[in-house]
Design a protein around this ligand. Structure first.
Ligand code: WTA
Length: 683
């Protein structure tokens, strides 16, 4: 068995001819000794040393061979898979590694605990700059097992859903892995979401329990997490238990659902055998915004997701064994799932958990952390970079950044100024900067340079190249495939890949309608893209009604829904406009009831509060403009395209307005906007 798995390891490293993880391919230990060797040579033989261009070609021309080999070699199967894939994009049917069984927490923990139990794999950087907390992999495994046993003792089993409403911390990571260990499905909810938003997610997922903290601490401020959970679960009859971890010393009011987490965990065993799970059993749900309707709970499953997140982590960031990987995303977003938790831990990386903000207590925070922890890869968001570049360069330069090898950006298009600042000031011009394009739906990075393999220099502000197995395609207005360079169109992907979402929780038809119906046979991303003359991809941004505020996706319809709940507001329209730091901000056009008792100032204040309680603070529109009516087509559709132009003051180029019911509405709105701007200037 050992020789067969070794052969597989050798095969893969030869195949890709670049850095390997340096892991031994023996299978020691109880969990591992029950594992099957990789499937017979049919998956892994015959392919010889290939240059990466050929490897990419192979990954799209013979995906079964490519992904089958990768899965056999990189993951440890309790039972081998029988079929690489069974997918039909037009029906939204996506299955990978059929018949295979494994356990994701076993891959992330046990495997590495056996080989190097005392090595640190998590580093928590707390809000206040005290010494970082560095649990070893053995400690993380024990915490995960205690937590998994706690869940089981409270009647939570395979297939049950749990909400995790916690800021990033070792315990939050253990909570995700504990779910994975017993086959429960986690849905992490960003700890900045309101109680209504949390309740909506808990109800949709039918969560049996919530794991939270008494309070959070961020940027020196306390966040009342438990109070938010209390308000949310009042309307969630499915919730039987609320596990409360004590993050701060402040006393917590415990209600009848509440269970003190650390206390109950301490009496549980530190051993919990991982469940053997099917490749396609659910791993997690993660809610994200679309252009219509409520946030959708995207379904991700076990093996394909893990394989894809770990491979992209290795190849895009040039991760090498022993590196310290610093992704500053929160675990409430997909970036935190794939590149703080699952990808790095599967690869045996030491992964950084950053609890604070880029400017607390000062704008040198990130770089002080890089120096102290000797971080090798730093992965962050353009919005933070745009904020930091406003400060003096000395905030960066006073710290030693010589450990950095790769820089990465994610969440929104990175503008040239931020790209160059990151590359030359932070990276001293010597670290490749990878602009990584992907989505909650894609599970992992889909388009990005791969610096270890790229002979061509990286082009600033371009995601550039598809990852293995990803075949992007750009489609024009008439549904035609655009093969000429420099023409922008809708970005689609023409072949399935293992990391992609499998469904929308409780609504598979919506999954099909959203992603596979607009361009039949293709996965539609919702983004626009251009192919350059050199054959590289540049992402131009969303082409639907989704906006991107500081890298956080939000549907304008969600904000409108919240605003429309106000009794004095018959109608609203929200559009996104550019913002220097946040990338985009919402701009709300509000029609008020024609009623003397309505005081606009009071209503607008109430609208702000409404969005904050229904969604989250970051969703509150930056601008509110009261208008008499909205521009509509003859069939009654609001023309948001026109409103966006008005808000951006580009009315000289309104495009086709012939379908407007009454074109005089534009002049009316422009006049209101002028008054609004004057008022703001005089304030
Ligand atoms: C946008 C975040 C340009 C895009 C991982 C996408 C980007 C949405 C980039 C997904 C990038 C993400 N360049 N745009 N490098 N990365 N986006 O689901 O519009 O939170 O569709 O996933 O962010 O956001 P999500």
């Amino acid at each position: 068995m050992a020789s067969q798995s070794y052969r597989a390891g050798l095969f893969w490293s030869q195949l890709v001819r670049c850095t390997t993880l340096g892991q031994t391919r023996t299978h020691p230990g109880r969990y591992l000794s029950s594992l099957h060797p990789p499937p017979p040579d049919s998956w892994t033989s015959q392919l010889s040393l290939l240059p990466h261009q050929d490897l990419y070609r192979l990954s799209v021309t013979d995906p079964d061979r490519f992904w089958g080999s990768a899965a056999a070699d990189r993951l440890h199967w309790v039972e081998p898979f029988q079929q690489v894939q069974d997918c039909d994009l037009s029906r939204g049917r996506i299955n990978w590694f059929l018949g295979g069984k494994l356990n994701v927490s076993g891959e992330c923990l046990d495997r590495h605990a056996k080989t190097e139990p005392s090595r640190t794999r998590l580093i928590l950087v707390r809000d206040l700059c005290s010494s970082p907390v560095c649990p070893s992999i053995r400690e993380l495994l024990e915490t995960t097992c205690r937590l998994a046993n706690t869940l089981k003792s409270h009647g939570i089993h395979k297939g049950d859903r749990l909400a995790i409403y916690m800021p990033v911390s070792p315990l939050a990571v253990a909570a995700m892995l504990a779910c994975a260990r017993i086959g429960a499905v986690h849905t992490v909810v960003f700890a900045g979401f309101s109680s209504d938003a949390l309740a909506g997610r808990i109800q949709d997922a039918q969560c049996k329990a919530v794991i939270t903290c008494n309070q959070g601490v961020r940027g020196g401020r306390l966040i009342e997490l438990k109070a938010t959970v209390d308000a949310a679960v009042k309307n969630c009859p499915s919730v039987q238990h609320v596990f409360v971890s004590q993050r701060t010393e402040n006393p917590t009011m415990m209600g009848k659902l509440d269970i003190p987490l650390e206390e109950v965990m301490s009496s549980e065993s530190a051993v919990c055998p991982p469940e053997s799970l099917d490749s396609e059993d659910l791993l997690f749900l993660l809610y994200t915004s679309g252009s219509t309707g409520k946030p959708k709970g995207l379904v991700h499953t076990q093996a394909g997701y893990l394989l894809y997140s770990s491979m992209t982590h290795q190849y895009v960031f040039d991760y090498r064994d022993g590196d310290v990987f610093g992704c500053v995303a929160d675990i409430g977003w997909i970036t935190g799932h794939s590149y703080v938790v699952y990808g790095p831990l599967c690869n045996g990386a030491t992964t950084v958990l950053f609890e604070s903000t880029p400017v607390y207590p000062n704008p040198g925070r990130y770089w002080e952390m890089v120096e102290r922890l000797r971080i090798n890869q730093f992965y962050g968001a353009p919005t933070a970079l745009r904020l930091l570049l406003k400060y003096d360069e000395s905030w960066v330069k006073k710290y030693d950044r010589s450990s950095l090898r790769t820089l990465g950006s994610v969440g929104e298009p990175i503008n040239h100024e931020a790209w160059h600042w990151f590359h030359s000031v932070v990276g001293e011009g010597r670290c490749p900067l990878v602009d990584t394009w992907w989505q909650t739906e894609t599970g992992g990075i889909c388009i990005a340079p791969r610096p270890a393999e790229d002979e061509a220099p990286i082009v600033p502000s371009m995601a550039m190249r598809p990852f293995y197995g990803i075949q992007p395609i750009i489609i024009g207005d008439q549904g035609e495939v655009l093969s000429r360079p420099s023409v922008s169109g809708a970005l689609c992907i023409s072949q399935p890949w293992p990391g992609m979402a499998r469904s929308i929780n409780g609504n598979h038809q919506r999954f099909i309608d959203t992603y596979f119906t607009p361009y039949p046979g293709y996965y539609f991303t919702g983004d626009g893209a251009v192919l350059s003359e050199d054959g590289f991809y540049q992402i131009t941004g969303r082409i639907d009604d989704v906006i991107n505020i500081s890298g956080h996706r939000l549907g304008t319809a969600e904000i409108e829904d919240a605003l429309d709940e106000h009794p004095a507001v018959p109608e609203t329209a929200v559009v996104g406009i550019p913002h220097e730091i946040k990338g985009e901000v919402p701009f709300a056009f509000v029609v008020l009831k024609d009623d003397v008792s309505v005081n606009p100032t009071t209503v607008l204040q109430q609208l702000r509060e409404l969005v904050s309680t229904k969604i989250a603070k970051y969703a509150v529109p930056e601008h509110f403009l009261v208008v008499k009516r909205l521009p509509k087509t003859r069939s009654g559709k609001i023309m948001r395209r026109i409103l966006r132009k008005v808000a951006m003051e580009t009315t000289c180029d309104l495009g086709d307005v012939s379908t407007l019911d009454d074109p005089s509405v534009i002049a009316e709105i422009v006049e209101s906007l002028e008054q609004y701007r004057k008022q703001r200037e005089t304030k």
